[in-house]
Design a protein around this ligand. Structure first.
Ligand code: ADP
Ligand code: MG
Length: 357
């Protein structure tokens, strides 16, 4: 939109609490106008990173620059960032209109102008009819729309979202995440979005960053991380149900470990972790199969089978149409063959967890 770029450069960021680095030498670029999602389990340092970018927290080391300007020593106010939190943080005594207009009034924008722009922002998130209400008269989803409108109203350089949908029910989360995506794209404003939900992360990210204990496990597009996870942490975190991970050896193109053998194109290795996504498992009823069904779940168009094979407990996803073709849906205790699509297996070094070429 504007000619001045608002790319964010995070370099060597470190934050320590009680001798423990919760953000550990983190370096990352948020390309201008893109939406970067920081995803990872609870406690991995997502909020801390976001709050340092916002200027709400001071780093122990490293720098943050926005649009080529080092803002490390600046206050949140002069950084020109807008934040949306999990708990909407609205002013209870102010109307929706006044809540949205608040950042403008706070920056000395005249009342008429502020009201007009608040109305525009409300319109963009579909809450024009609620402008005169107080926050307590709104549902959670409506309150979060107000919080988003309040972030939009200023046209900041950077949007920061910290688990903005976590307090909403599942259906609303799905709806609102694509709206946030659309609003961010329309505005062209660089955004950093934090969530622990890998599905949410996958669906909205231009750039996906998986964080593991304060360090970056992998950065790339959602597709890159899904197709070629760089390590077992990302392999296990991205995708649902989670990728099966089995330890063993590879000899002459065959993986062997704890009572199973699968074709695995790869160089001989003594200690590998084989990764197979549930949708890349091959399961079929067979009287003398190498596996046993433990749990069967129907997820609409797909079945999830938890099967035991050797010493492993593996998850397989099978299209409902395929199962229909079997004539009878397997039930717990039934014997099945368990195999993998050899062209879809992932191999990792068992010790380091790193992907093998
Ligand atoms: P996330 O948002 O990924 O769940 P956080 O960034 O909130 O994780 O926290 C990362 C780690 O830092 C956690 O172990 C948390 O307990 C710790 N932590 C966060 N803030 C503080 C603080 N103010 N004092 C001490 N420890 C903190
Ligand atoms: Mg957090």
């Amino acid at each position: 939109m504007s000619s001045t770029t608002s790319a964010v450069e995070i370099a060597g960021l470190t934050k320590t609490y009680d001798d423990h680095a919760v953000v550990d030498d983190l370096t990352l670029t948020l390309p201008d106008g893109s939406l970067t999602v920081l995803v990872g389990p609870s406690g991995c340092g997502k909020s801390t990173t976001l709050r340092i970018v916002a200027g709400l927290e001071t780093a122990d080391g490293g720098t943050v620059s926005i649009g080529g300007r080092d803002v490390t020593a600046e206050s949140p106010r002069t950084r020109d960032v807008a934040m949306v939190f999990q708990n909407y943080a609205l002013y209870p005594h102010l109307s929706v209109a006044a809540n949205i207009a608040f950042p403008l009034r706070n920056n000395g924008v005249a009342k008429d102008e502020a009201t007009r722009r608040a109305r525009e922002a409300a319109d963009r998130v579909g809450i024009t009819a609620l402008l005169d209400r107080k926050p307590r008269q709104l549902s959670g989803g409506q309150q979060q729309r107000v919080a988003i409108a309040r972030a939009l109203v200023r046209t900041p350089k950077v949007f920061l979202f910290d688990e903005p949908l976590s307090n909403l029910d599942a259906k609303l989360r799905v709806e609102l995440r694509s709206e946030i995506r659309r609003l961010q794209q329309d505005s062209g404003i660089t955004a950093l979005y934090v969530t622990h939900d890998q599905e949410e992360a996958m669906t909205i990210a231009d750039q996906l960053v998986v964080l593991d204990a304060g360090t970056i496990a992998q950065v790339g597009t959602p597709e890159e991380l899904y197709r070629r996870p760089a390590n077992t942490f990302v392999a296990g975190f991205i995708g649902s149900p989670s990728m099966n991970l089995l330890d063993g050896t590879v000899r002459a193109g065959t993986f062997e470990g704890d009572g199973v053998r699968f074709a695995a194109p790869g160089a001989d290795a003594a200690a590998v972790t084989l990764g197979v996504r549930p949708e890349d498992m091959l399961v079929a009823p067979a009287e003398h199969g190498n596996g046993t069904v433990e749990i069967v779940e129907l997820l609409g168009p797909r079945y999830v089978f938890i099967v035991t094979a050797g010493a492993h407990r593996l998850t397989a996803v099978v299209e409902a149409a395929t199962v229909a073709g079997w004539g009878r849906t397997p039930t717990p205790g039934d014997a099945v063959t368990v195999d993998v699509r050899p062209d879809r297996v992932h191999l990792f070094d068992e010790t380091s967890g790193r992907r093998l070429a």
